[in-house]
Ligand binder design. Structure first.
Ligand code: PEP
Ligand code: MG
Length: 675
């Protein structure tokens, strides 16, 4: 028996993502592992149980391990906890299960607008306007039988329902994946909840004490969800909604009235209102019938809100129970950007909203129609538009959405949430599929960019006070050449299936480049692989200032504005209060971008931008004016970025960029560009 004591440093405590990482690691060992917090002691292999501890930032936990592999388990948990369990020390709870490169951002906070006559105010959850009649989605109660058919029969019924539930969730995942590959991961969490040891043990005990499967399941789900909701924490309340959602799915299957719960939809498009919407409800809303939705409760970080954003469905949440008093058929204007719902708007308001909506739709439609065409300015300057992707599904979407290549493949997705690194063959297979999905278009594969802020149980990094300034990115990989060699071998083996390029992250120093590049050359010679262009990311100010020297060696540059901004302004990009001030349009960041472009172009090398700034409509003209050759953006942004570039002139953009470089603050820069 072994005991460990930890203090949880994650800013939001042991919430969904860190808890999931913790449980996932615990599950990889045979030993019995328990977590103690306050007066509670729970199974470390149950996500619900660990979440239910409600461990906050700074909370102390004790872990007891008992079994053959207790030493190994203790070491793995120790490493993961000290590395932040999937987050930086100051990372806020991410809205989705995994950091989502292509996730549309939550609407930016807007100034509080006056409430119009007959207006209701909620919290803006997904931007856009929806104009139409109300339709209230009512939860139909499931009728449970009271009959008890014996322990074995009830167990059997439960197992069948769980298996069926798993299949439904798998299908739902596939469906959502088509629109929102990253958001679809929520249904994996639901599948994991269905296999939760603790939950199943509680249900089992109830069945043994003569409750039928439906009663036992319903009571257990309610207990667990209520425990979570009672922790008085908005993030855990959102997880309680996930438990109820998945619980209800099984309940319907057990009650055999799945079909009875089907909604009779009107035959015209509607604005849906509901007390709350589960992620499954949201994901199955038919975009042909639903213009937008509002809920009485819920928050903008709930998975339903995230899915709404990914599906481009305007949404307002937390309007209050008054919302449900609006009769079906009542006309409303729902504004998902400012959180206001106007009930029975007069003719003038309706007309105004209709014309805004029509203009926005027309713009998006026109952009989509032209998505495959190049982005050429009015004065004939071409900017390449590529995609930032996180996996094979994203690559397929990118290729269909007008991407002229992949400007950044974040390979971390292959390495996170597992006990051992992916094998060379496994990596090769993924890189090959991505190269093929992009059908010969260039694909920039960034080598592993992990470090103190993203723990890998199989890469031991001693605890660091400042993980963002610690062993991460290229420096970490150079210190573990076996990891880097396997990845480079996989990339170079896949190189003949498409047009692959290799890019190193977090380069600070020429010696790092020399070491990494010679590794590529060595492996390429070993494999007799084709020559591939090799470039670096500019995301550390030191590298930006040395671009002229790097440009003599590297084939290309891509500016990671997310990190470049955080390191230039010394503001943690994930900081709960500073992140919104950490603006990539700060003139200091722009001066570094300017230095990079000048240094690169002097040696005839091209420069891309793959940080989030590339998709910011206010930044695009400035970046273009500074001479950036390529913008790599999330897949949903490709068409609109291309459309915007076509409205600009390079000569004007250059004048604008010169003015921006002379500004004193990011705010002044933003005032120069009204979009
Ligand atoms: C960046 O830092 O801008 C970047 C694109 O890399 P990541 O966001 O993955 O750190
Ligand atoms: Mg970066």
């Amino acid at each position: 028996m072994k005991q460990l004591n930890f203090v949880i440093d994650n800013v939001t405590g042991l919430h969904a993502r860190p808890a999931k990482v913790f449980v996932k690691i615990a599950k990889q060992f045979k030993s019995d592992i328990r977590v103690l917090h306050g007066s509670k002691k729970v199974n470390a292999k149950s996500l619900i149980a660990v979440l239910g501890l409600g461990v906050k930032h700074g909370g102390a936990i004790q872990v007891e391990l008992d079994g053959v592999d207790e030493e190994l388990a203790a070491e793995a948990l120790q490493t993961a906890v000290s590395a932040g369990l999937g987050e930086g020390d100051h990372a806020p709870e991410p809205a989705a299960v995994r950091s989502a490169p292509s996730k549309p951002a939550a609407p930016a906070p807007v100034a509080v607008e006056a409430l119009p006559k007959n207006g209701l105010r909620g919290v803006a959850a997904a931007p856009g306007l929806a104009i139409g009649p109300i339709f209230q989605l009512r939860q139909t109660a499931v009728t449970l039988s009271q009959e008890f058919a014996g322990v074995a029969v009830e167990q059997d019924r439960l197992e069948t329902a769980l298996a069926h539930g798993q299949e439904q969730l798998f299908a739902l995942r596939q469906k959502v994946e088509a629109h929102a590959p990253d958001e679809a991961a929520i249904f994996d969490v639901h599948r994991e909840l269905l296999a939760d040891d603790d939950l199943l043990e509680t249900v089992q005990q109830k069945i043994e004490s003569q409750q039928n499967a439906g009663q036992a399941w319903q009571a257990t789900i309610e207990e667990k969800a209520a425990q979570m909701a009672a922790l008085d924490d908005p993030l855990l309340a959102a997880r309680a909604a996930d438990i109820r959602d998945v619980g209800n799915r099984i309940l319907k299957l057990l009650a055999g009235d799945e079909a009875a719960g089907e909604v009779q939809w009107p035959d015209h498009p509607v604005v849906v209102i509901a007390h709350d919407l589960t992620p499954s409800d949201t994901a199955t809303l038919d975009p042909q019938k639903v213009l937008g939705f509002a809920t009485a409760v819920g928050g903008p970080t709930a998975h339903s809100a995230i899915i709404a954003r990914a599906l481009n469905l305007p949404a307002v949440v937390s309007v209050g129970e008054g919302l449900l008093e609006i009769a079906d058929g009542t006309a409303v204007i729902l504004n998902g950007s400012n959180g206001i719902i106007q009930v029975n708007p007069d003719d003038a308001a309706q007309k105004e909203a209709q014309s805004q909506l029509a203009a926005a739709k027309q713009q998006q439609q026109a952009a989509r129609e032209q998505a495959d065409a190049p982005a050429i300015t009015l004065d004939n300057h071409r900017v390449e538009i590529a995609a930032n992707i996180g996996g094979v599904a994203d690559a397929q979407k990118a290729n269909q959405s007008g991407a002229e290549g992949v400007g950044l493949l974040r390979t971390e997705f292959l390495f996170l949430d597992r006990a051992t690194p992916p094998s060379e063959d496994e990596q090769f297979e993924v890189y090959r599929q991505i190269a093929e999905a992009m059908a010969g278009k260039p694909v920039i594969i960034r080598t592993l960019d992990i470090g103190g802020d993203k723990p890998l149980p199989y890469v031991k990094v001693p605890p660091e006070d400042n993980p963002f300034l610690g062993e991460r990115g290229l420096r970490l990989c150079l210190a573990r050449p076996e990891l880097m060699r396997e990845q480079l071998r996989a990339i170079l083996r896949a190189a003949s299936y498409g047009s692959l390029r290799i890019m190193f992250p977090m380069v600070a120093d020429m010696s790092e480049w020399v070491a990494a590049k010679s590794m590529v050359d060595e492996i390429r010679a070993e494999l007799n692989a084709p020559v591939v262009p090799v470039g670096i990311m500019i995301e550390i100010p030191a590298a930006a200032l040395m671009t002229d020297l790097f440009a003599k060696e590297v084939d290309f540059f891509s500016i990671g504005t997310n990190d470049l901004t955080q390191y230039t302004l010394a503001m943690d990009r994930m900081h709960p209060t500073l992140a919104s001030k950490s603006d990539g349009l700060h003139p200091a960041v722009l001066r570094l971008i300017d230095a990079t472009v000048r240094g690169a172009h002097a040696s005839g090398k091209w420069v891309g931008v793959c940080g989030a700034l590339g998709a910011d409509p206010q930044a695009a003209p400035i970046l273009m004016g500074l001479g950036v050759d390529e913008l790599s953006v999330s897949v949903p942004s490709i068409a609109m970025v291309k459309a915007q570039i076509r409205t600009l002139s390079q000569a004007e953009a250059q004048k604008l960029a010169a003015k921006a470089l002379a500004c004193a603050t990011a705010r002044e820069v933003r005032e120069l560009v009204r979009v």
